[in-house]
Design a protein. Structure first.
Length: 342
């Protein structure tokens, strides 16, 4: 789907952060002068893109969830969670989210006073997951109330990997550094091509199941099933580009995945291990799953798989190495994925 670009408002689809790459891109720009733009990023994915583009000095505000790269945590936090829920159990978080949606209550809010103080020229928001970040409607409403000018508001909503790469280009264009966006997107695309080439001779495509949540069970959606396919796997319980959905345990048992990728959103590895042990261990038929019998259960770090920024390629490489270690030895960055030990 093509990007829709309007004056003062933008709507678009859509290796981990590298300061060296960002610096290299800046050096290659030559004597081109651009005006300083004050950027406010209200979702972690766009914050990671802003840093990868070397625009960190122009980033004046972030959301409460922007934690990568680590230096992003020093920026002014503009959006907040209505209540702290990340410490709760999976089923408790799910219940709170369901209740909020049923009552049309927001999970996050924008600090209008801070937004007014920061005076951003460009605000980046999203229309993909109201559970993960503040929705664009709230951003437009708050900006209209507290700002006496119209900032550029760019809304991203990626479904596929190509959309994520286009987001990189479009954010760079909106920030006045289009050339950097094209170079960064091409660098990411080159890594994707390396994985595609690596699995091109593999006839067998193992059955994979990626879990985004453990209680209730949910599969992954949007770009993750596509990543599995690119990495040489077959995710039959999910559709590339589609939303995630709840799964029954019977579906999982009947599917009999050969690889089980556990990707609970926003949980660190320790919490993911705990949730996996508490929610999956003891389920009837778990030990009979081919993935368990072949010791092919993997944990992905925190919310990296759900973030649609440069690190989406880290996830791809992690999947590729997990399924084809004989081809992709040590291609995955440390800390992205680890084998689950019960």
């Amino acid at each position: 789907m093509a990007a829709l670009i309007l004056r003062r408002k933008f709507s678009m689809l859509g290796r981990g952060f590298s300061q060296e790459l960002a610096g290299s891109l800046i050096d290659q720009r030559g004597p081109i002068y651009t005006c300083y733009m004050r950027i406010c990023s209200l979702l972690p994915s766009s914050t990671e893109i802003v840093y990868a583009l070397g625009l960190d000095s122009q980033l004046v505000g972030v959301s409460h969830a922007c934690d990568y790269p680590e230096m992003a945590t020093s920026k002014t936090v503009v959006s907040r969670s209505v209540r702290g829920i990340t410490h709760l159990a999976s089923e408790e978080i799910d219940a709170i989210v369901r209740q909020a949606k049923a009552n049309s209550n927001p999970l996050y809010w924008v600090d209008g006073d801070l937004l007014q103080e920061l005076k951003p020229d460009l605000i980046i928001t999203q229309e993909i997951c109201e559970v993960c970040a503040i929705d664009s409607g709230s951003v437009f409403e708050t900006a209209a109330k507290v700002l006496d000018y119209e900032p550029d508001i760019l809304t991203i909503r990626p479904n596929f990997v190509a959309d994520i790469l286009q987001n990189v280009r479009n954010i760079a264009t909106a920030a006045g550094v289009a050339n950097r966006g094209w170079k960064l997107a091409e660098a990411l695309q080159e890594r994707i091509r390396s994985v595609v080439d690596g699995v091109s001779d593999q006839d067998a495509r193992p059955k994979v199941l990626c879990l985004d949540w453990l209680d209730p069970l949910r599969n992954t959606g949007q770009w993750v099933p596509e990543l599995v396919s690119i990495a040489g796997g077959n995710e039959q319980l999910a559709e590339p580009g589609a939303l995630s959905r709840e799964l029954t345990w019977k579906e999982v048992v009947d599917y009999a995945p050969e690889y089980l990728m556990i990707m609970p959103c926003a949980f660190d590895p320790g919490r993911a291990r705990q949730e996996t042990s508490e929610k999956l261990t003891g389920l009837i038929g778990l030990d009979a799953l081919p993935a368990v019998q072949m010791d092919q259960v993997f944990l992905f770090k925190m919310s990296i798989p759900t973030r649609h920024g440069p690190r989406v390629v880290d996830v791809l490489e992690g999947l590729a190495e997990a399924m084809h270690p004989q081809i992709f030895e040590d291609i995955s960055l440390d800390g992205v994925v680890e084998k689950y030990r019960s």
